[in-house]
Design a protein around this ligand. Structure first.
Ligand code: PRX
Length: 566
């Protein structure tokens, strides 16, 4: 048996009540993430401790204490309540990583409403799909982004409030209003809504193979898992300066860019300046970042700029680095050691799991290329691809499956019980990923089991792209797959069969690209369109994306017995 060092005891004795004790939560008490991340930290005597060091794209720096977080999130909650927003209502946050994003998130939760973060790069179609599905009642946004909402608001009858938070001078139309936090009177006491562990908290949309994106609904109890994993996996300690590079439009940015660190009273850096190797190292040097949580695509881009650039900066405060979202190549782990004198610790989880479920822990032997072991309290196995029986022998590839019951597991897909149910087989939650497990319990990621494309750590559903493509007048059928890319791991490639009378050409490719650009978010845009006579299909008529993908990756095509005859 593998010696799990300091975690061995934890593994044996762990149950989730320990996580509740950790937050001093007593059964039957209200539980509100907004309160835990601000008021409680103030009560612990850290009111004046810095919660957020924010830097904007133009270099402006602002600092907020936990007391500021408490008062300002109260102020947001009070304002939203005044608009008539009620517990359980969905309130979207649609903006770049400005302080209002983080503060309004806590305010929405204090009100008992559901925070629905939307990635600021979303185009109108992506926005519409998510706001329409959730019947969102309000959206908090900025001058830069609100026009996208304005253009779709007539199709969103449930949307009552479009709130612009950074410009008093916008000319307002119906349903639009302005709220400037700096000018609002700070609210000392807000009657925080007494949510309980099972009250809904956050709604994050994620892509699947078929149909529209699905809204994974989380509850306030998620904080038990997010807080404990922030301590044990991210190794956050009181004196740390922590930087999570993820955007709260995605789950990493809320679970570990807001809830986890602030539930522990940790100071975090929020950087709204985009990617740039030099910019990032300067930021880490300037604020003396000690713990850093980032993603493989970013690491690969940093690697391209070399080790010398790292060494030109004083990163002596940095003591721990983690990664999430895509497979972390062994080269990236080795490069981490070369450039920063420490490895990147890989962590694995999903929007649906709400918190880290398979991971490397501090002090644990890192095997480059492995995602590590199950988090305490998580039963993780691989299932046979056909029989769904648990595979007991080491090193055999199967489906990663988890025993439901940890606190941060999604409670439903919004409005979609059928797809939610389809994720559970024989009492296991099926992640949709393939992996093997070695004799020491380490997971080795193989790939996705479905057709979802992971580009730069963002999941893109082929259905969304194909739906946009076939709306073009020349397109008869379309298939979208991931093709290999040295930096983003995968980029989207589309295969298109044309309607009679249309000829594939670079002009037509451009016309199709321009057409779909308005519908898709930049992440989902194909890098290339290949025109084909027809698409490979199963006998039942399903497009065989697997085959197209295998061709792109130069892999064995595998079993084609279900392919239609010529
Ligand atoms: O395919 C796995 C991949 O990202 C998926 C989850 O994506 P999302 O719901 O957007 O959440 C991303 C951040 C938690 C997984 O099903 N993935 C995540 N972490 C890893 C990974 N693939 C390989 N290695 C990882 N460490």
């Amino acid at each position: 048996m593998y010696d799990f060092g300091p975690y061995e005891k934890t593994y044996k004795e762990f149950n989730w009540d320990l996580a509740k004790e950790f937050l001093e939560y007593k059964e039957g008490d209200p539980l509100n993430i907004g309160w835990y991340c601000s008021d409680r930290i103030c009560q612990q005597g850290k009111a004046q401790k810095i919660a957020m060091i924010w830097e904007g794209f133009d270099g402006e720096v602002r600092k907020y204490s936990f007391n500021d977080l408490r008062l300002l999130s109260n102020t947001y909650a009070h304002y939203l309540k005044g608009l008539g927003i009620k517990p359980g209502d969905r309130v979207c946050i649609f903006m770049d990583k400005i302080p209002d994003l983080y503060i309004s998130f806590l305010g929405i939760l204090k009100l008992g409403a559901i925070a629905q973060p939307l990635f600021s790069a979303f185009g109108e179609e992506a926005l519409f799909t998510r706001m329409d599905d959730a019947d969102s009642i309000a959206v908090i946004t900025t001058r830069k982004h609100f026009r996208k909402v304005r253009r779709i608001k007539d199709q969103l009858p449930h949307l009552k409030h479009i709130i612009v938070v950074d410009d008093e001078n916008v000319r307002l139309e119906e349903r639009e209003k302005v709220f400037i936090l700096d000018k609002a009177e700070r609210v000392e006491d807000f009657n925080i809504y007494p949510t309980n562990p099972e009250s809904p908290s956050v709604l994050h949309y994620t892509s699947g193979t078929t149909g529209k994106p699905k809204g994974a609904l989380h509850v306030h109890a998620s904080i038990f898992a997010q807080s404990l994993s922030s301590k044990w996996v991210l190794d956050l300690k009181d004196e740390d300066i922590y930087w999570c590079t993820a955007d709260p439009g995605w789950v990493t940015g809320t679970s570990y860019g807001i809830i986890g660190p602030w539930s522990l009273g940790i100071t975090q850096v929020v950087y709204c300046g985009g990617f740039g190797s030099e910019k990032w190292y300067k930021l880490m040097e300037k604020f003396r970042v000690s713990v850093w949580y980032t993603a493989p695509t970013a690491i690969r881009m940093l690697m391209k700029d070399g080790t010398d650039l790292v060494k030109q900066h004083d990163l002596s405060a940095l003591r721990y680095m983690c990664s999430v979202g895509e497979p972390l190549n062994p080269e990236a782990v080795h490069w981490g050691i070369e450039a920063f004198d420490m490895p990147f610790y890989d962590t694995y989880w999903q929007t649906e799991t709400g918190a880290i479920v398979i991971t490397n822990f501090p002090g644990m032997k890192v095997k480059p290329g492995s995602m590590g072991r199950a988090f305490p309290g998580i039963t993780a196995v691989v299932l046979d691809l056909k029989s769904y029986e648990v595979i007991r022998e080491p090193n055999k590839v199967g489906l990663i499956a988890l025993k439901p019951g940890w606190p941060s597991m999604m409670r439903e897909y919004w409005n979609n019980p059928t797809v939610y149910q389809s994720k559970f087989i024989n009492g296991w939650y099926i992640t949709g990923d393939r992996s093997s497990i070695d004799s020491e319990g380490y997971f080795w990621f193989v790939g996705r089991d479905d057709d979802v494309i992971n580009t730069a750590g963002h999941l893109v559903g082929p259905f969304e792209i194909e739906s946009a493509l076939i709306e073009h007048e020349a397109v008869a059928e379309a298939a979208a797959v991931g093709k290999p890319d040295p930096v983003n791991m995968e980029v989207v490639k589309a295969f298109v069969a044309l309607k009679p009378g249309f000829e594939g050409s670079s002009d037509l490719e451009l016309s199709i690209m321009n057409f779909i650009r308005k519908k898709l978010s930049p992440l989902a845009m194909p890098q290339e369109i290949e025109f084909v006579d027809k698409l490979p299909k199963t006998r039942s008529g399903k497009i065989m994306r697997r085959l197209l993908r295998a061709m792109e990756w130069g892999e064995e095509i595998g079993d084609t017995s279900t392919l239609e005859d010529d």
